[in-house]
Design a protein around this ligand. Structure first.
Ligand code: TPP
Ligand code: MG
Length: 390
């Protein structure tokens, strides 16, 4: 297993972390960082209170968030390269530019809460606890992949992480169902159900909203508004592009999804809101994807290169958070550089590990189709004459 070794130092030079970042074993000595974000980071719909703009967190947590955004970006860069080298086939949707959302969400919930998302799922899979090597191996269709190489880019799962769903919008009612389970079990947890601006126009999303509000389910619906559904801009597809108002009687908040501080705070706020019995809430996180919709889309035919470059240079979530961290005067450039190096090392090593993994055995074609409890004696193959007996 991979280990990261950067020992971070306080300005005084004292050892800050005894353990390793990513493994989350830290020394108790820590400093608190205080950030102030713009009031425009949130806009409310049918809600009086909004998440805080004065945000406090430990240095450990802040650096962990920075490191994880770096890992997610590097992971997607590795996927991009492996796809171009034809080591990854089929669909592959990258989240480059949107890293503040998976990492910020994970920082605002606990592992008891559930997450379900669309096919743009690599970052979520990583922050939910699946190793980068298992994600890369899955992308390459290898036996050590998180879905044994049988799922690929869109079908990755983890503890309390329900995928990776290829059918646009399907994860929204599924997410409401998972929230129903949390309510039924009275376990105090909630579900974060993510979907895109394109998916927001689907009928099943409104059906899920209706039942979630009717039964006051503990669910946070999160619309990742990256301004496009494939090659169609949101303004050409939606009569109402204020996605945070789309829940009608469900309160909503528009959140700056390029600012990890706003994302984390909005999620903490929404978890508290929904688990205290107030019912669902809709968050619209405004964000941007730097790449095309998927690897087969260059992403520059329906939007200008200037637009992409402008977003990269003015709103990048990693650069933005780096500036905020340095402004605190408790974090140095060297500390951040060390984390960037660690992230690169992790992904390089994960890539090697993934590539060394074999392809799955052909017999795996007939496993993991139904739950073990069904004891089905045989399975129909690709053609009528082909049957597999267990
Ligand atoms: C039911 C269904 N219809 C169409 C598609 C094809 N499709 C895949 S992604 C997509 C666009 C979704 O855009 P959005 O919800 O904004 O998510 P984003 O890709 O921007 O993250 C479409 C139409 C599909 N997978 N499922
Ligand atoms: Mg979109």
């Amino acid at each position: 297993m991979l280990r990261l070794g950067s020992k971070l130092r306080l300005a005084s030079g004292a050892n800050f972390f005894k353990g390793t970042l990513g493994g989350a074993r830290f020394m108790s000595s820590d400093v608190n960082l205080v950030f102030k974000i713009a009031t425009e980071s949130y806009i409310g719909h049918r809600i009086e209170d909004l998440p805080a703009t004065d945000i406090e967190m430990s240095k450990t947590e802040a650096l962990d968030m920075y490191y994880k955004m770096q890992v997610v970006r590097r992971l997607e860069m590795a996927a991009d390269a492996a796809y171009k080298a034809k080591m990854i086939r089929g669909f592959c949707h990258l989240c480059t530019g949107q890293e503040a959302i998976p990492v910020g969400i994970e920082a605002g919930i606990t592992r008891k809460d559930s997450v379900i998302t669309s096919y743009r799922c690599h970052g979520f899979t990583y922050v939910r606890g699946v190793s980068a090597s298992k994600i890369l191996a899955e992308l390459m269709g290898r036996a050590d992949g998180v879905s044994k190489g049988k799922g690929g880019s869109m079908h990755m799962f983890g503890p309390n992480f329900y995928g990776g769903n290829g059918i646009v919008g399907a994860q929204v009612p599924l997410g409401a169902g998972i929230a129903f389970t949390h309510k039924y079990n009275n376990d105090g947890a909630c579900t974060i159900a993510l979907y895109g601006d394109g998916a927001a126009n689907q009928g099943q999303v409104f059906e899920a909203f209706n039942l979630a509000k009717l039964w006051d389910l503990p669910v946070v619906f999160v619309c990742e508004n990256n301004k496009y559904g494939m090659g169609t801009s949101s303004a050409r597809a939606a009569a109402n592009t204020e996605y945070y108002t789309r829940g009608d009687v469900i309160p909503g908040i528009k959140v700056n999804g390029m600012d990890i501080l706003a994302v984390r705070e909005a999620i903490k706020f929404s978890k508290e809101f929904t688990t205290s019995g107030k019912g669902p809430i809709v968050l619209e996180m405004s964000t941007y994807r730097y790449g095309g919709h998927s690897m087969s889309d260059p992403g520059s035919t329906y939007r200008t290169r200037d637009e992409i470059q402008h977003m990269r240079s003015t709103s990048d979530p990693i650069t933005g958070f780096k500036t905020r961290l340095l402004e605190t005067s408790h974090v140095t450039e060297d500390e951040l550089k060390a984390l960037e190096k660690d992230a690169k090392k992790l992904i390089d090593a994960s890539n090697v590990e993934a590539k060394a993994s074999p392809e799955p055995n052909v017999s795996e074609l007939f496993t993991d189709i139904y739950a073990d409890t069904t004891s089905i004696p045989s399975m129909r193959g690709r053609v009528v004459s082909e049957t597999h007996y267990y």
